[in-house]
Design a protein around this ligand. Structure first.
Ligand SMILES: O=C(O)CCC(=O)N[C@@H](CCC(=O)O)C(=O)O
Ligand SMILES: [Zn+2]
Length: 332
């Protein structure tokens, strides 16, 4: 296998490849751009006009998606997978991946869309670098642009695989993309209603890509991901990469559950108290009237919405950040 096919191995060892550019026997060009960043270009005659950004490891302990990208990259480097799409592979936070931790100093996925400029430290610099890689990749006009930022969650979930769809004022969420996600095995999509500070929010808002954060199961260490079934997503990615995606009907969402954000629970102080069991699952329902959280100065978060469910409850986030999202059923 070409040595650039070992992007994960190089990244885990903190090593640079000797040759930065390699060609597969099928004429596919692999270009190592920097730590955890690999650009893949098909031969011009094969190019399908599709630009696909696949990122994982934005949180260093979310290993199943990193292993998935590793399989794709190795498949391309061995010539088993024959790309007709341009692809940018990004391993988001190499130092956190090496340590097996969500982040080292601060959560990179809260540093996009301008936030890194208000911060310092290597994670802020890495967020800026990830933005530069993505911006340089998505420069070619009249091509399809898609970004999947792959994650796994801290806790188990009543809905195993789901996506978060970013928001920009005046831009419609695409039913075609929802149908594509359904075909990739995604069970639910959370439609955001304000522009966020995550990586997918950046590529959606600033680079005009269709972009999603994909939550694919529970976070576990490398080699312990047997319970995370990525078969349908992996098959769909193969077909996108090879330019042979089966037709799908954007009007048929085929049981895909849709939610919208009712409220983000923001932690304001160290007095923040979240009244949920530590092992509560994502998408657990909460009854109207339930006292969800309390914070400084008598702030109380009481559930008012029928059919509300909680995702990503986390009282340990830094002050000013999201400590959970209340979601409600939605339609498009
Ligand atoms: O399990 C959790 O509490 C967090 C899982 C996770 O990392 N989720 C992403 C979602 C990003 C988005 O809102 O698009 C995150 O929190 O960064
Ligand atoms: Zn994550």
């Amino acid at each position: 296998m070409l040595s650039l096919g070992k992007l994960l191995e190089l990244t885990l060892a903190g090593r640079e490849p000797t040759e930065k550019i390699q060609l597969t026997s099928g004429g596919v060009r692999l270009h190592w751009l920097g730590e955890g960043a690999l650009d893949v270009t098909p031969p011009a005659a094969d190019d399908s006009g599709f630009d696909l950004l696949l990122s994982a490891g934005v949180h260093g302990n979310e290993t199943a998606p990193i292993e998935l990208l590793d399989r794709l990259i190795q498949g391309i480097a061995r010539g088993h997978l024959k790309p007709r799409a341009r692809i940018l592979f990004l391993l988001g936070n190499p130092e956190a991946i090496r340590r097996g931790e969500r982040f080292v100093e601060q959560d990179i996925n809260r540093l996009f869309n301008g936030r890194h400029g208000e911060s310092s430290g290597f994670e802020a610099m890495r967020a800026a670098e990830l933005e530069r890689y993505a911006a340089a990749f998505f420069t070619k006009p009249e091509r399809s642009r898609l970004h999947y930022d792959l994650h796994t969650a801290i806790r188990a979930s009543k809905i195993e695989q789901f996506a978060l769809y970013p928001y920009v004022e005046g831009r419609k969420h695409s039913r075609q993309e929802l149908a594509r996600l359904r075909a990739a095995g995604i069970d639910a999509v959370l439609l955001q209603n304000k522009t966020g500070i995550t990586f997918s929010s950046y590529t959606y808002a600033q680079l005009g890509a269709e972009a999603f954060t994909l939550e694919l199961g529970k976070a576990r260490p490398f080699g312990s991901n047997a319970e995370v079934n990525l078969d349908r997503l992996e098959e769909r990615l193969h077909s996108l990469i090879e330019g042979r995606e089966p037709e799908f009907d954007g009007d048929r969402l085929d049981g895909l559950q849709l939610f919208s954000v009712a409220r983000e629970i923001i932690k304001h102080s160290e007095s923040f108290l979240l009244h949920l069991a530590p092992d509560i699952e994502n998408f657990s329902e909460l009854p109207v009237g339930y006292l969800l959280a309390e914070d400084i100065a008598g702030t109380r978060w009481v559930v008012e919405e029928e059919g509300a469910r909680i995702i990503f409850p986390n009282p340990k986030v830094k002050n000013g950040l999201r400590a959970g999202i209340l979601v409600v059923p939605a339609e498009v």
